[in-house]
Design a protein around this ligand. Structure first.
Ligand code: ADP
Ligand code: GN1
Ligand code: MG
Length: 367
């Protein structure tokens, strides 16, 4: 959804226990969901940065449950890194800044939930992959994150979006949106709709394997697109996993394979020249190596076997979600122009085709 609401960020910032004096708060990053601001404070002429975020409560229906998850994950990951004596530990996991009332988040008079993180300096979230080392580093970081949260105490995390990666549910939602065609848009996406319908028989593969217990439920990130891990500007190391809103019970396959979706093609998610969209095998190989460095110790044989297929399914699933949002009139993802979801879904389906053509080679690499 396109939004242009303005917020009194100075007043919101004043609710948090920040160092220094308010200087500015500018919209930041390229996330599709929350409203993110780079918040600058100054103290004695030095600047201190924080990330101030409004949680999109149209999408996250239980923002308080979500924030309890995020608090637990931040506390646990930061404590484990500190206990292990990790160098630069404060940049390797997110740190929430408490409010003056001692809470992990602030509710403004309009009912918006706000949180504030310490800004991870000297690192960048990339929208487009540039080289195989970045792919290796990103996958290694997400594997390390899964290892860090594997022993999260305190019971099962809240499911912040139920059925988030349940592809059969995503497919059913698409079919409903198509049957309604509430905005008369289906006619503009007929080849893509046919492409989606032709793959109906495959949508249950991961969900069914999980339901049967063939692959285990784990604590997973569930939104491992490339720009949700910050790479160190000097060393390129995957230094900090961010965007913890969907950390909840899931499958390791979702996490590895959203990286396949976002880090194997040299094109942007909304590239309009589809000839640029392709799954590059060396990038897949780098992802695999990076991920196995940190996750190899706990992945089961069946999970490994499904990694290539899941790359195709997750890419298909996100394509379906863009298609559904297009049919429903752009109610979910932030868009910058009227055709944005259409552009995004086309790149996803092009990438699905490219993965389909290379599945045997991907399988061979896994073996
Ligand atoms: P969304 O859910 O909308 O994608 P994110 O939590 O991913 O929101 O944040 C949006 C962007 O803000 C990220 O892509 C990243 O560039 C930046 N960002 C978020 N948290 C931090 C942080 N602690 N330090 C530095 N940059 C951050
Ligand atoms: C959203 O929040 P962001 O931009 O990192 C979305 C993901 C999609 C992604 C597609 C909560 O991620 O599921 O895969 O866009 N997040 C949510 O780019 O729906
Ligand atoms: Mg994000």
């Amino acid at each position: 959804m396109a939004t242009s609401v303005s917020y009194d960020t100075r007043a919101i910032a004043a609710a948090f226990t920040l160092l220094g004096d308010f200087a500015s708060a500018e919209p930041y990053g390229s996330g599709h969901i929350n409203d993110t601001f780079a918040l600058e404070m100054t103290q004695g002429g030095r600047r201190l940065r924080y990330v101030l975020q409004r949680i999109n409560h149209n999408i996250f229906k239980n923002p308080d449950g979500l924030m309890e998850n995020v608090e637990r994950v931040c506390r646990h990951t930061q404590a484990k890194l500190q206990a292990a004596g990790a160098a630069d530990a404060s940049r390797r996991a997110l740190t929430l800044v408490p409010t003056k009332a001692g809470r992990g988040w602030h509710t403004d008079p309009a009912g918006n939930r706000w949180r504030c993180y310490v800004f991870v300096e000297g690192a960048t979230g990339h929208d487009i992959i540039r080289n195989a080392d970045q792919a290796f580093q990103a996958a290694k970081a997400f594997g390390a994150f899964q290892a860090l949260v594997a022993d999260l105490p305190g019971g099962r995390l809240v499911e912040t979006i139920p059925y988030f990666h349940h592809t059969p549910t995503r497919f059913a939602n698409f079919q409903t949106a198509l049957a309604k065609d509430a905005h008369g848009r289906a006619a503009q996406a007929l080849p893509e709709i046919a492409f989606a319908l032709a793959r109906a028989h495959e949508v249950g593969v991961i969900a069914d394997a999980m339901a049967r217990g063939d692959i285990p439920e784990r604590v997973t990130h569930n939104d491992t697109k490339l720009n949700n891990v910050l790479l160190d500007n000097e060393t390129q190391e995957g230094i900090c996993v961010i965007d913890l809103d969907t950390v909840m019970p899931g499958s390791a396959l979702y996490d590895f394979d959203d990286l396949v979706r976002t880090s194997t093609s040299p094109a942007a998610e909304d590239e309009t020249d589809l000839s640029k969209v392709t799954m590059q095998l060396p990038m897949f190989e780098a992802l695999l190596k990076g991920y196995l460095t940190t996750a190899g110790g706990f992945l089961t044989a069946r999970e490994r076997e499904l990694l290539p297929f899941a790359g195709k399914l997750i890419t298909f699933e996100i394509g379906l979600r863009f298609l559904t949002d297009w049919l429903e009139g752009d109610v979910y993802f932030k868009i910058k122009h009227p055709q944005h979801n259409l552009d995004r879904l086309r790149t996803q389906f092009k990438l699905v085709e490219s993965i389909e053509a290379q599945l045997p080679a991907m399988q061979a690499l896994v073996q």
